[in-house]
Write a protein that binds this ligand. Structure first.
Ligand SMILES: CCCCCCCCCCCCCCCCCCCCCCCCCC(=O)SCCNC(=O)CCNC(=O)[C@H](O)C(C)(C)COP(=O)(O)OP(=O)(O)OC[C@H]1O[C@@H](n2cnc3c(N)ncnc32)[C@H](O)[C@@H]1OP(=O)(O)O
Ligand SMILES: NC(=O)C1=CN([C@@H]2O[C@H](COP(=O)(O)OP(=O)(O)OC[C@H]3O[C@@H](n4cnc5c(N)ncnc54)[C@H](OP(=O)(O)O)[C@@H]3O)[C@@H](O)[C@H]2O)C=CC1
Length: 515
């Protein structure tokens, strides 16, 4: 019997960010392994015209939850969606709901965050810092609380090369930042943002670091742990391989590359691609929840959930495997044939962006205009290149994260728990994982049918022929222009033609002699 699964039975669990990528997988695993848990409270806001109830209904009826329904048929009754907006005071939770949360919650998993790299500092602080502070305040009023698990990111200290399992202070205290956000206007915030974030690349990593400081400062008597995952990718094994439902991290780039929009990137092939499957993060999170509640460590432990030091894979290998998978499982209606060029040079990047990205987009828009349609490709390409430029920071550097606490926890688990809540990334076969990832992107993000693969292959062949035709035509036109204008080109041309003629004559003569 799994001790971790047994621990969550009968418990009331509060999850923030349950509608997000990680939150959904966390809920799924909890219901599947501990169907006897009492209730999962989730803080949800209405979004995109859907009420909170509709959103929960949609999640529970998704493919991700198919297995859950077999082991926990009354899952609908065990989930309690509470209307909340983390941007507002007291999260806009009603008095009755707040009372219930405070009096019943046993475990808190705080996953909610804004993960946009370029979010305005005011909004990023509100969600990643102030909301964390408020949630801790709520937690301190929960008499039955056994553990509070805060999800941070391995990149909260990406300004350092080696990162230990400690909280590194930021120069300005989070309380001062929170206060200043109340009275500074947007223009001034914009001005001071680069100074505040310092050598971090964006407001996301900066505010996640501030969030950790808040956790440390406001922990009081709470039993807290922090988890720092690196780049979270599709599921490795559970509930099935390759599940992914948003464009963050590599998923969006896999689509862009598979559809032939993105064919080159400024990336260091030998830099470590510290990807971690979402189910691995969730298994570690649940194990940490159990360990923190049962063993009550004296201080706040930090767990790095990374792959680089135990089972490294680099961007070169990853890009190569992604491309190899496109050969077998191409995406439908590609714009161009998938191709990947890694360059570490800024000038070469600009060249590729002009030749391989912007020029085809402009040509395609010209074609759209000619055929009476609205041009759109240049706009799409500009947005893609902007996204890529924001991710470049992470694909041109390597980091080392120490993983003593994660390894210690692994050794504390029973063999059964090590199996059910497996977070040993050494067992991950990257080639298999990446292939399933690409397949998952095709199935769950692009919603493409596997039956369309032969047609997609045909389409790629057509694109290849167009590519050859286009290049040949381009070469002939350029050559013709050159010959018309330069004596030297004409001489070279004459030399090549006469050389070919002589070679053919010699070949013919020697074959006649043999006969
Ligand atoms: C080496 C490869 C070589 C490849 C060579 C060729 C290919 C060969 C194959 C190689 C592939 C395999 C290697 C891959 C390397 C991956 C590196 C990943 C590093 C990640 C590090 C993460 C570390 C930290 C982890 C964490 O701790 S946290 C989680 C990370 N957080 C994020 O990843 C949020 C990012 N995003 C935003 O920050 C916002 O998205 C924003 C960007 C500001 C835009 O913002 P904006 O322009 O305002 O508009 P949006 O509406 O957001 O998006 C506007 C439009 O872009 C779309 N789009 C949003 N995203 C992405 C995305 N990713 N990729 C693509 N498209 C995206 C969206 O669908 C919308 O399209 P549309 O609907 O218009 O058609
Ligand atoms: N994905 C990754 O690569 C990594 C993620 N992390 C961390 O993991 C955690 C989860 O990330 P992930 O699941 O990928 O992120 P998502 O963007 O998928 O999910 C974010 C969640 O936060 C919720 N949220 C955001 N704003 C509010 C708000 N104002 N009120 C209520 N809820 C809100 C979202 O709700 P809604 O659906 O309503 O928008 C959503 O449920 C985050 O803390 C992130 O920093 C760490 C490392 C890497």
């Amino acid at each position: 019997m799994s001790m971790i699964a047994a621990f969550y039975s009968g418990k009331s669990i509060l999850i923030t960010g349950a509608t997000g990528f990680m939150g959904k997988v966390l809920m799924e695993k909890l219901f599947r392994t501990s169907p006897d848990l009492k209730v999962i409270y989730i803080l949800v806001r209405p979004k995109a015209g859907q009420t909170t109830q509709q959103r929960v209904f949609q999640i529970l009826n998704s493919k991700l939850f198919e297995k859950v329904k077999e082991v926990c048929p009354n899952v609908h009754e065990k989930i309690r969606a509470i209307y909340a907006d983390l941007n507002q005071n007291d999260f806009a939770i009603s008095k009755e709901d707040m009372q219930e949360l405070l009096s019943c919650t046993n475990i808190v998993f705080h996953c909610a965050a804004t993960v946009r790299f370029d979010d305005h500092l005011r909004h990023a602080v509100q969600l990643n810092v102030t909301a964390t502070q408020q949630l801790l305040l709520m937690a301190s009023q929960m008499p039955k609380l056994e553990a509070f698990i805060h999800i941070s990111t391995a990149f909260s200290n990406c300004n350092l090369k080696h990162i230990d399992e400690v909280i590194y202070p930021c120069p300005v205290e989070p309380k001062k930042i929170i206060d200043s956000m109340e009275w500074l206007d947007d223009a001034i915030i914009d001005e001071i943002t680069p100074k505040l974030i310092g050598d971090r690349p964006n407001t996301y990593t900066y505010t996640k670091a501030l969030g950790e400081m808040v956790v440390q400062q406001e922990s009081g008597n709470l039993n807290i742990a922090i988890i720092r995952p690196s780049i979270v990718g599709a599921t490795w094994q559970e509930p099935f391989p390759g599940w992914v439902d948003n464009l963050n991290g590599p998923s969006g780039l896999i689509i862009a590359a598979g559809k032939g929009f993105l064919r080159a990137i400024r990336a260091t092939p030998m830099a470590v691609a510290d990807l971690i499957p979402v189910d691995t993060v969730v298994n570690l999170t649940l194990a940490v929840g159990w360990y923190t509640a049962v063993h009550r460590p004296k201080s706040t432990l930090i767990y790095h959930c990374t792959s680089g030091n135990l089972n490294p894979c680099n961007w070169g290998k990853m890009g190569f495997q992604v491309l190899a998978t496109f050969e077998k499982i191409p995406f439908e209606r590609a714009f161009r044939r998938p191709y990947a060029d890694f360059t570490t040079n800024t000038i070469t990047t600009q060249y590729w962006n002009a030749v391989s990205h912007r020029a085809p987009a402009i040509i395609y828009d010209f074609y759209l205009r000619l055929t009476g349609r609205k041009p759109r490709m240049t706009k799409v390409m500009n947005r893609l290149l902007r996204t890529v430029s924001m991710l470049e920071y992470f694909v041109n550097r390597s980091w080392e994260w120490s993983t003593y606490n994660t390894e210690m926890l692994m050794s504390e688990l029973s063999p059964e728990d090590q199996r059910v809540f497996n977070f040993d990334v050494r067992q991950l076969n990257w080639l298999e994982y990446i292939e399933n990832y690409v397949l998952g992107v095709k199935k769950y993000l692009l919603k493409e049918d596997m039956a369309g693969i032969p047609e997609a292959k045909q389409h790629l062949k057509r694109l290849r022929n167009i590519h050859y035709l286009f290049n040949t035509a381009l070469f002939l036109i350029a050559w013709r222009l050159l010959i018309a204008r330069s004596q030297m080109a004409r001489n070279v041309w004459f030399f090549i033609v006469s050389f070919c003629y002589k070679f053919l004559s010699y070949f013919r003569a020697s074959s006649t002699l043999k006969v």
